[in-house]
Design a protein around this ligand. Structure first.
Ligand SMILES: [Zn+2]
Length: 312
C-alpha cells in the first residue's frame, strides 16, 4: 500500500452521549461500530456525500457488545443486503445475539448497587428501543486475526479486554489507524468516571496499545475527557494518543488506590448514593451521579471488588 486508506467518522447523538462510528474506505469497505438502532439510517446520506453507498459496505467491525455500539448492527447489516460480514469477539457475542444478555450484565454488576427496583426493567426497555435486532455474528474473533478488506488492505484484531470481556481494537495495518471503541476511557465520557469490569485486564490492554500497537491515529468510541474535563475530538494524532493512554493509566491507578483502600477497610453500607464505596468517591473528589446509566462508577468498583475477592 502506498496510499493510506481514508477513514471518515460518522457521528450520531444519543442523549448525553456522542456515538462515534467510522467508515473505512477500503476496496471492501468497513464500518466500525454501529451506534444505536436509528444510527445506520443517518449513515447512508453521509456515505452518499462521500460518493460511497451503504449497500457496498462489506464488513461491520464491532469493538464490543454494549448497546450503543451493537444497537445498529442488524439494521446496518440489512442495509447492506445482509452481505456484510459482522465481526465481534466471542466473549461479547452474546450481547449481539440477545437483548436479554444486557439485562443479565446489569444484574451481575452495577445493578447490585443501584437500589432501583425498576433498574432491570429500564435496561430491558432500553435494549428493546435501541437494539435494532438480535443476530448471529458472521465472524467470531479472539484477537490475532487479520481481516482482508481487498486490494491488499488488512485489519488486525487486538484483544484489549477490560471495559468488557470481549473488547477489541481494530488496526488498519501499515498506517496504524486504530479503533478502540471504549477500551481507552481516559477520565470517562459524559458520566465523568472511567468504566471497566476487569481492572487488571483494562490496565494490560492500555499498556499493550501504548507499547505494541502504537497507534499513529487513534479513534475513540465517544468524546472521552482529559483530567481537566476537556473532551478529545473524534481522531487523535500520535501525541494526543500518547497523552490519552498515559492519562487513562494514571486515572486507573488513582481509582485503584482509592478502591483498594476502601476494600481493605471493608466496604460499608450507608445512605450515600455511592454506598458501599462512598470513601472512594470522597478520595477521588467524584461528585457525578453514580446512578446515571451506564453507571461506570458502580461497574468499575464492582470490578475492583471482584478482583479483591480473587486475591485475598
Ligand atoms: Zn462500552
Amino acid at each position: 500500500m502506498t496510499q493510506d486508506v481514508a477513514v471518515h467518522p460518522l457521528v450520531s447523538p444519543w442523549g448525553r452521549f456522542g456515538l462515534y462510528s467510522f467508515f473505512v474506505d477500503a476496496p471492501e469497505p468497513a464500518i466500525v461500530d454501529t451506534g444505536i438502532a436509528s444510527s445506520p439510517a443517518a449513515m447512508a446520506p453521509a456515505l452518499q456525500a462521500l460518493g460511497r453507498r451503504i449497500e457496498d459496505v462489506r464488513w461491520i467491525l464491532l469493538t464490543h457488545g454494549h448497546i450503543d455500539h451493537v444497537g445498529g448492527a442488524f439494521a446496518l447489516w440489512n442495509l447492506t443486503g445482509r452481505r456484510a460480514r459482522v465481526v465481534i469477539h466471542e466473549a461479547d457475542a452474546p450481547m449481539l445475539r440477545s437483548r436479554a444478555a444486557h439485562v443479565a450484565e446489569y444484574r451481575a454488576g452495577r445493578g447490585r448497587y443501584l437500589r432501583d427496583p425498576q433498574g432491570a426493567a429500564r435496561v430491558a426497555a432500553a435494549a428493546d428501543a435501541v437494539i435494532s435486532g438480535e443476530m448471529e455474528p458472521t465472524v467470531l474473533v479472539r484477537g490475532g486475526e487479520i481481516l482482508p478488506l481487498g486490494g491488499g488492505v488488512t485489519v488486525s484484531v487486538h484483544a484489549v479486554p477490560g471495559h468488557t470481556p470481549g473488547s477489541v481494537a481494530y488496526a488498519v495495518d501499515g498506517q496504524r489507524s486504530v479503533f478502540t471503541g471504549d477500551a481507552v476511557q481516559v477520565h470517562g465520557a459524559a458520566n465523568g468516571f472511567p468504566g471497566y469490569t476487569d481492572p487488571a485486564a483494562y490496565r494490560a490492554g492500555l499498556t499493550r496499545l501504548r507499547d505494541e500497537v502504537r497507534p499513529r491515529t487513534l479513534y475513540l468510541g465517544h468524546p472521552y475527557r482529559r483530567a481537566d474535563g476537556r473532551p478529545y475530538g473524534v481522531a487523535l494524532d500520535e501525541a494526543q494518543t500518547r497523552e490519552a493512554l498515559t492519562q487513562s493509566l494514571d486515572a486507573e491507578r488513582r481509582v485503584a488506590a482509592a478502591a483498594c483502600a476502601c476494600l481493605a477497610a471493608g466496604p460499608a453500607e450507608s445512605d450515600s448514593p455511592y454506598s458501599p464505596f462512598a470513601p472512594v468517591a470522597d478520595a477521588l473528589g467524584y461528585t457525578g451521579d453514580p446512578a446515571l446509566e451506564p453507571s461506570p462508577f458502580f461497574t468499575t468498583l464492582h470490578g475492583y471488588r471482584a478482583q479483591h475477592h480473587r486475591t485475598v
